[in-house]
Design a protein around this ligand. Structure first.
Ligand code: GLV
Length: 329
């Protein structure tokens, strides 16, 4: 039987499924450090990860490894150049999380705009004495302008929801999406600068790469309206969190909603002292159904990629399909 490592706790029934195909080494405990991950991969043919960094040295320590299935759509934890050099397949979990993640983007954006977390904390602290006309005045979402940076599958799911809120949708992306999609979403392609100047609510849904590092820093925040909100459901590092803290404190923008952070699960401690930010612990895809679908899709990728003979199938979501059929180097 081929051997796999499941590097993280996941649904036990998905482990049972994997056990029907593989000899499974399951780390149902704390996140593995780089050395321990390399040690546990030394005799494995495949692995299931969730954000664990896998680069050249990890692959070198795992000479049998042929596939690493990430239980996430983002795969910035994989060094894909190293995967390609070693002919190791990487897979991710696209599509199954689009709608849950888009729902969550809206939840964060609306919570930021309408000061849900800030007012909730105030209430719990016992400050509420009377109704007041000017308590926690926020900004409207209905009828406002939504700015989406990153118009991939999740960005499109987010923008689609804007119709019911009678919003104008503007977007920025590495390249324009097809005219038919623009028409369906009623979305206008604009430069990043124009988007930041015009949007009432900016939502970030782009992948993290060296090019998207600090897509939003002090200069970009300075372009935004003082009444605008910024929501990051993409990856830590896309926003310069220290610059954001400054902008929120100085009210250069009204509020922010963050699900991801530079250096998470640690985060810039100053964020905890800023009232006008909604903070959640990287849970945008976290519904029961979606997390199950992600785990099962990661398992499907492993089962197909390591399948032999008649069981060999093309994995459903390969990141680098060009290595399929090539021998491990
Ligand atoms: C979660 O962050 C994902 O990339 O799926």
């Amino acid at each position: 039987m081929q051997k796999i490592l499941v590097a993280r706790p996941i649904f036990p029934d998905v482990i049972d499924r994997l056990k029907q195909h593989f000899d499974v080494d399951w780390n149902n405990a704390d996140v593995l450090g780089a050395d321990e991950l390399a040690r546990r991969l030394a005799d494995k043919d495949g692995a299931l990860t969730a954000g664990d960094p896998v680069g050249a040295s990890t692959l070198a320590a795992a000479p049998r490894l042929r596939v690493v299935a990430n239980m996430a759509v983002g795969y910035n934890n994989f060094d894909m150049a190293a995967f390609n050099r070693a002919n190791v397949l990487g897979t991710n979990t696209p599509d199954v999380l689009n709608e849950s993640t888009a729902d969550f983007g809206w939840a964060l954006m609306m919570a930021a705009a309408r000061r849900i977390e800030e007012s909730g904390h105030w209430l719990r602290a016992g400050h509420w004495q009377k109704w007041s006309y000017d308590s926690f005045l926020g900004g409207d979402v209905y009828g406002s302008t939504l700015g989406v940076i990153g118009m991939g599958r999740i960005g499109q799911a987010l923008a689609r929801r804007a119709r019911g809120f009678n919003m104008q949708v503007i977007y920025h992306n590495r390249s324009r999406v097809a005219e038919q999609i623009e028409a369906e979403l009623n979305a206008q392609y604009v430069s990043k600068e124009e988007l930041l100047r015009r949007a009432d609510h900016v939502v970030l849904v782009l992948p993290y790469t060296k090019d998207s590092h600090h897509t939003i820093g002090a200069a970009e925040l300075a372009l935004m309206k003082p009444t605008a909100t910024l929501t990051n459901i993409a990856r830590g590092g896309i926003v310069d969190d220290a610059a954001l803290v400054e902008a929120l404190r100085a009210k250069r923008i009204a509020a922010a909603g963050l699900d991801v952070y530079e250096g998470e699960p640690k985060l810039n401690p100053d964020l905890l002292t800023v009232p006008n930010v909604v903070l959640t612990p990287h849970i945008a895809s976290a519904t029961e159904a979606t997390r199950r679908a992600m785990a099962n899709l990661a398992a499907d990728n492993l089962i197909a990629a390591l399948g032999e003979g008649p069981r060999a199938e093309r994995p459903p979501s390969p990141i680098n399909p060009e290595v399929l059929g090539k021998g491990r180097t």
